[in-house]
Design a protein around this ligand. Structure first.
Ligand code: HEM
Length: 433
């Protein structure tokens, strides 16, 4: 394992693929204290995430490092604390709120479009989309802008997550309280996020929470007033949603644009759908059912580049996975990125084929084989939010623009907290002829 550390740091995706290629679907890591198992079968993923979920917690290095930033929020909490948060947060993600997500997504995409030079040009699509998705989270879940200066919040999130990643990849980590340069960077980023969360709460308190308000911040503040949440818990929930809800969606949209830029035939099909459904106008909530191809392109992109490329759990009781004993305490690693590339589930798995997710073909994907949003009780609370947002942002960005690769720029996936294009994603964005 010690010898593997440089390879894990260099390219964790290649490392995981190499392990499975060499040792098969269940790989036990020779770790000194903690037994660890990489489980790469559909039944194994279903067992851990769905059937035996109660026997597993999120007390893992991945979630431990993340909680240095998010505190104990919905993403990192376990047991009764998690159930309590999910009860409070759930109504904000109800179907009735999605129409607002739709209109905020289109508005944010229009602000991105406004930054594209009139005759077209090279745009760092990833940076633009990160800003847009942060705005959508702020305006829908918190009923207002996250901060006057959204770029500062995006930068603080990326900075904090960068430190999180390097902690997870380093075998012997210095406790967060020791003022190493890395820990100081983390502390600075967390302070920016604390301040952004405090500003959001203060502005909302000033504006007042009205009886009918159903956005997440209103729910959290009402719960705080009822003595159900402390101020720190409100902060943790806000930061969790910013972290979980914007970089993931930005990653999904960026990878989809990359795949379309490199598959002009598929892009032409999306353009044909947008022409037919929208006829030149901006997309809206009501158009979603008709944008089936755009949605299939997104689904296929989430298969090839799942933003949450690894999901970890800790067994708290003895279990058995695919016939192998898993003692309590074992760290279990499930990688949607690996599962989505199983040739026995997805024919020609490396190929970008949105048709897999259209019509009857979509029904042949086995249950549990496609996990971009996880599975079981800890399924992503923002799944529908993300799908509505991503489809409409893509539709608005592409309805009268085409995206093309930048010659000479090599796009490389970097597996950080989410899977991101290394160094951003410059694309040539041109008006359609
Ligand atoms: C394409 C975008 C997204 C992807 C790929 C994604 C992926 C995931 C995955 C895989 C999980 C489960 C993790 C696990 O089981 O360990 C998860 C959980 C979660 N996601 Fe998302 N997510 C996305 C968008 C969002 C959005 C938009 C929000 C909020 C606005 C959000 C908030 C959360 C939260 C709070 C959890 C924890 C839920 C719980 O445990 O109850 N996500 N997400």
């Amino acid at each position: 394992m010690v010898r593997a550390v440089p390879a894990i740091r260099r390219d964790p995706l290649a490392f995981l693929a190499g392990l499975v290629g060499r040792y098969g679907d269940l790989v036990a890591f020779p770790m000194p204290r903690t037994p660890a198992l990489l489980a790469n079968t559909v039944p194994a993923a279903r067992r851990v995430l769905v059937e035996r979920h109660a026997g597993y917690t999120k007390r893992t290095a991945q979630y431990g490092a993340l909680s240095l930033v998010t505190g104990t929020g919905l993403l990192t909490a376990d047991g009764e604390e998690w159930r309590h948060r999910r009860r409070i947060d759930q109504p904000a993600f109800h179907h009735s709120g999605l129409e607002e997500v739709a209109s905020q997504a289109v508005a944010a995409a229009q602000r991105v479009r406004a930054r594209v030079p009139a005759g077209g040009g090279v745009v760092d699509v990833d940076a633009a989309v990160l800003q847009a998705t942060l705005e959508v989270v702020g305006r829908t879940l918190f009923g207002g802008a996250v901060a006057q200066d959204g770029e500062r919040v995006v930068a603080a999130v990326l900075e904090a997550l960068d430190v999180v990643v390097s902690r997870v990849r380093t075998p012997a980590v210095v406790p967060a309280a020791v003022p190493t340069p890395r820990n100081r960077r983390l502390a600075r980023a967390v302070r920016t996020l604390d301040q952004a969360a405090a500003d959001v709460v203060a502005h909302r308190r000033q504006a007042g929470v009205r009886d009918g308000d159903g956005d997440l911040l209103a729910l959290l503040l009402r719960a705080a007033d009822a003595g159900e949440l402390t101020a720190t818990q409100v902060r943790d929930e806000l930061v969790t949603m910013v972290i979980a809800g914007h970089e993931t969606v930005a990653s999904a949209i960026s990878w989809t644009l990359h795949l379309l830029a490199t598959h002009p035939g598929e892009q032409a099909r999306v353009h044909a759908e947008l022409d037919e459904v929208l006829g030149g106008r901006a997309p809206a909530w009501a158009d979603l059912p008709a944008l089936a191809r755009t949605r299939a392109v997104l689904d296929e992109s989430l298969r090839l580049y799942p933003p949450a490329w690894v999901v970890s759990r800790r067994a708290v009781v003895d279990d058995e996975i695919d016939g192998v004993a898993v003692p309590a305490g074992t760290l279990v690693i499930i990688s949607p990125w690996l599962l989505h590339r199983r040739p026995d589930v997805f024919a020609d798995p490396e190929a970008f084929r949105p048709d897999r997710f259209l019509g009857d073909a979509a029904r042949t994907v086995p249950r549990g084989a496609y996990l971009p949003f996880g599975a079981g009780p800890r399924l992503c609370i923002g799944r529908d939010f993300a799908l509505v947002e991503s489809v409409l942002v893509l539709a608005e960005l592409l309805r009268d623009h085409a995206v093309l690769p930048v010659p000479g720029h090599r796009v490389r996936a970097e597996a950080l907290v989410t899977m991101r294009p290394h160094g951003g994603l410059p694309l040539r964005v041109l008006p359609r002829g």
